[in-house]
Design a protein around this ligand. Structure first.
Ligand code: SF4
Length: 453
């Protein structure tokens, strides 16, 4: 009995220390960071903190950062300089930098932003409760950017906001070492969660009302455990009762095989959508990027996907102005974009990341040239998106009612299985209903339709 009294006293001591304290997290970059911020939120809430949307009311502010492009880093540096003003007004404010920039620029941050209290890399988030205590009680600072070979946060469930789609991280890190990419350095080696824990998290998401699950990983289809690889995992998640839709991102073309396509074809709740990052259309540039496939292999893969799933929606990533890319080589990228007819694309100018192999290449392309190539690519892709969307006019699409349209309170917005937004008039449906919509028009990246009677 005395032990029980002591532990209760301890609990109330911790609660008193942290009661009414508020945290604010700002997330930059990819969806993995959004997921990680949700994990951090769980840890903070377990330490007695409450979320606030008002940054000036927060007792602890965390920036979860991205290092993928130079611009993303600049944004965080500027943000930190602004937050320094808040810190001067309230010296007790805990200011933390999390994520890829913390990992990559630890020394730089320590030197240039000495007012930052906490610097944690992506594998150190379990230390949040400990740091909160030491910072509050002893005013200690914490820097931990050690990368782990094992950390997958297997038993930690993120604190999600309500919605339709829940992201579930299934693996972390990357072993591919594309020469332009900083991820293998900031996120470490590939490691996967167990199928059981992912299925458990999926069931939890369903019980919380989520309809769609997106499996997430830096290299999602490299997923591998002693009990199965990505196709087996996908099958297990698809069998969870109540999961209406499953998506996954981001795969590497090298790891898309017949087993995976077979599983996708055989499960009606796995969306007929694949994000297939091309990056470049020239064999020489692909080799220089260390992408491990040729243009022809990529095109063959597109054909194979379309044989398995003729209606499969395809999206891609493209980098223009990679070091040494000639006009002809850029034209080859345009040719592949033209030939494949992706439904959508994320298009970027190459951004040199110190520490990567490509940053050392001496034949960097100038900004004006990169900009002009990007504009040509965007123009072509816009046209391709419109063509792909117009092909859907007259078809009936399954759509989940996700939100009110921004343009009219008389209309809903929802996505198709192929991940394209559709706007349609409200009738008697409610949010989260899964309904059938006849597509009547396509403008830009958006479809328009009417509910099927
Ligand atoms: S596969 Fe993706 S995450 Fe891995 S190095 Fe290449 S671009 Fe980066």
């Amino acid at each position: 009995m005395p032990e029980l009294v002591n532990s209760q006293q301890n609990i109330s001591l911790i609660q008193n220390l942290t009661s009414n304290k508020k945290y604010y997290i700002q997330t930059y970059g990819c969806q993995m960071n959004v997921y990680d911020s949700e994990l951090v939120a769980t840890q903070l809430e377990n330490s007695g903190y409450e979320k606030t949307d008002k940054i000036d009311k927060a007792d602890a502010i965390f920036l979860n950062t991205c290092a993928i492009r130079e611009k993303a880093e600049e944004t965080v540096h500027n943000r930190l300089s602004n937050l320094h003003t808040l810190k001067k007004k309230n010296p007790k404010l805990i200011l933390g930098v999390l994520g890829c920039m913390a990992q990559n620029l630890k020394n730089d941050l320590l030197e240039s932003k000495p007012y930052v209290d906490v610097i944690l890399g992506p594998d150190s988030y379990r230390r949040i409760p400990e740091l909160i205590k030491s910072r509050e009680q002893k005013n200690e600072y914490l820097v931990d950017t050690k990368l782990s070979k094992f950390e997958v946060y297997e038993d930690l469930y993120p604190s999600r906001s309500e919605g339709i789609n829940a992201w579930i991280s299934i693996m972390r890190g990357c072993d591919k070492f594309c020469t332009f990419c900083i991820v293998p350095f900031t996120r470490g080696r590939e490691r996967s969660r167990s199928i059981e824990s992912i299925v458990e998290e999926t069931k939890k998401c369903v019980s919380e009302g989520f309809l769609e699950i997106t499996l997430l990983g830096q290299n999602v289809n490299s997923y591998k455990t002693p009990n199965g690889t990505f196709p087996e995992l996908l099958k297990s998640v698809a069998s969870v009762k109540g999961v209406k839709r499953i998506r996954y991102t981001s795969p590497h073309p090298q790891d898309i095989d017949d087993d995976l396509l077979e599983v996708m074809r055989n499960h009606s709740n796995i969306c007929n959508q694949i994000h297939l990052p091309l990056q470049a259309g020239s064999n020489r540039i692909l080799k220089r990027m260390n992408r491990t496939y040729t243009k022809q292999q990529f095109l063959d893969l597109v054909n194979k996907i379309r044989k398995y799933m003729p209606e499969c929606s395809l999206s891609t990533d493209v980098i223009v102005g990679f070091p040494g890319e000639t006009d002809e080589e850029f034209s080859e990228t345009l040719e592949v974009i033209d030939e494949v007819g992706f439904n959508s694309a994320f298009m970027f100018k190459y951004s040199s990341r110190p520490g990567t192999k490509a940053a050392e290449y001496s034949d960097q392309i100038n900004e004006d040239e990169k900009q002009s190539r990007l504009e040509k690519l965007i123009k072509l892709q816009k046209n391709k998106t419109l063509i792909a969307n117009k092909k859907l006019i007259g078809t009936v699409q399954e759509v989940i009612v996700e939100k009110e349209s921004k343009k009219s309170s008389h209309q809903w917005a929802g996505r198709t299985m192929g991940n394209t937004w559709v706007i349609f008039d409200k009738t008697n449906e409610s949010l989260k209903d899964n309904i059938k919509v006849i597509i009547t028009d396509a403008q830009g990246i958006t479809l328009f339709g009417q509910r099927e009677n």
